[in-house]
Every structure is written in structure tokens, then in C-alpha cells.
Design a protein around this ligand. Structure first.
Ligand code: C5P
Length: 229
């Protein structure tokens, strides 16, 4: 039996992470935050003093050797370790997201991360969150969601999220970084951010997250995926 996968792709701040986590929890499935793998690659590159414009092969080699642990503390908050060091705060910083998107345009980096992503597909099922989950990594997924929201709303959500994590941020800078990152993710030649032909597109602008989660759970039900949980 093939392990079922639900892919949730979309631009940053569209609510993918929150929605994916809620769906995975309700189904009792595993979750893959593929953006975190690009962010960890970016941190590893930064620590090694590498530049995505010139050190492409070296960054791809680092990506192939990432030692990553996704853990949770006693309050169920996510803890991410890279090569044995807690990098939870650094992973979520906007500067890391920007560096991640510069590393993510490198085809060799993307290739280095394919096996690691496939390894998350284990019983009883996987919810995979990213940009190319439905188009490239899990093209046979029985349910593909493409989640969007306006740039203004995504900026506000990101600002709030960073505040909750205790990371100070400037809202105008977040707006321009989100817009620039979208542009880079959409126009890159390798695995650009586009909906899969068979993806269901959901616009979350103006919707409470609980409503989006309920809409996705209805789709899960319609696709007969609840029974496998
Ligand atoms: O989703 P998140 O903001 O954490 O992703 C950081 C960056 O990693 C994105 O802007 C994108 O460039 C890259 N990424 C990607 N493919 C994925 C997930 C993330 O290219 N599947």
C-alpha cells in the first residue's frame, strides 16, 4: 500500500504551516515542513561563510549532509536542531527566509534535499508543506492544496507570528521581503511556485484559520482520506 500524502503548497505567510500542522494532528499523520530544510541549509551555508551566488556546489554538499532534528519541548513548542545545536530562533528569522530562498534557486541544492523529503513519507500518512510538494516531490499525492492570501494579509500574519516568537521586526520591511521572496520563488526556473494542475486552490484572505482548516478537512473527507487515519 502506498502511504497517502496531502500536499499544502503556497507562498510564505499563506497559513500553510498552521493548516498543515492542524490537519496532521487531526489525522494523526506525520508532517514535513520542507521550508525548514531550505532554512537549515541557509543557516549551514551562513555558518560556513558561503555565498549562494558563487558557492553553489559547496552549499549543495552541505544540504546533502544536514543533520536535522525536529523536536518539541514540554509545552509542545517546536525545537529545531542543526548538527546538534538549537537553532529554533534563527530558523524563523526573516533574514534566514531570504537566504533560504536564495539557496532554493540552486538546482543542486534542491536535488540534495529530495531523498530527505521522501524519507518523511511513512505510515499512516504525511502532510507535506512547501512550494513544490504537489508538483515535484510528491506528484502522486491524492490530495493537493494550493493556499494563497493577499500580500498585505500575509505581512500582518508574519509580523504577528514573529512577535509571538519574541523576534522584533519592521512591518514595511516584511512587506517588501515577502513580495521579493514571492517573485523569486515564482520566477525561478527550477521547481517554481505554481499550483499543480490537479491542486485545489484556496484563498485564505479574510478567513479565520479555523475556517480554512475545516475546508481542508472537508476535502480530506471527500477524497476518502479520513478512513486511512
Ligand atoms: O516556507 P518557508 O518560508 O519556511 O520557506 C523558506 C524558503 O524556502 C521559501 O521562500 C522558498 O524559497 C524555499 N522553499 C522552496 N521549496 C519548498 C519550501 C521552501 O523553495 N518546498
Amino acid at each position: 500500500m502506498t502511504v497517502p500524502v496531502i500536499t499544502v503548497d503556497g507562498p510564505s505567510g499563506s497559513g500553510k504551516g498552521t493548516v498543515s500542522r492542524a490537519i496532521a494532528r487531526q489525522l494523526g499523520w506525520r508532517m514535513l515542513d520542507s521550508g525548514a530544510l531550505y532554512r537549515l541549509t541557509a543557516l549551514a551555508a551562513e555558518d560556513a561563510g558561503l555565498d549562494p551566488d558563487t558557492d553553489r556546489q559547496a552549499i549543495a554538499a552541505l544540504a546533502a549532509r544536514l543533520q536535522v532534528e525536529f523536536l518539541s519541548d514540554e509545552n509542545n513548542n517546536e525545537i529545531i536542531e542543526l548538527n546538534g545545536r538549537d537553532v529554533t530562533q534563527r530558523v524563523r528569522a526573516e533574514s534566514t527566509g531570504d537566504m533560504a530562498s536564495r539557496c532554493a534557486v540552486i538546482p543542486e541544492v534542491r536535488a540534495s534535499l529530495v531523498d530527505l523529503q521522501h524519507a518523511f513519507r511513512r505510515v499512516p500518512g504525511l502532510v507535506a508543506d512547501g512550494r513544490d510538494m504537489g508538483t515535484v516531490i510528491f506528484p502522486d499525492a491524492p490530495l493537493k492544496i494550493f493556499l494563497t492570501a493577499s500580500v498585505a494579509e500575509r505581512t500582518e500574519r508574519r509580523f504577528k507570528q514573529l512577535g509571538e516568537l519574541g523576534i522584533s521586526a519592521n512591518i514595511d520591511r516584511i512587506y517588501s521581503e515577502i513580495a521579493a521572496r514571492d517573485e523569486r520563488d515564482r520566477t525561478r526556473s527550477e521547481s517554481p511556485l505554481v499550483p499543480a494542475a490537479d491542486a485545489v486552490e484556496l484563498d485564505s484572505t479574510g478567513k479565520p484559520v479555523q475556517q480554512v482548516i475545516a475546508e481542508v478537512m472537508d476535502l480530506v473527507d471527500q477524497h476518502g482520506l479520513k478512513e486511512t487515519a
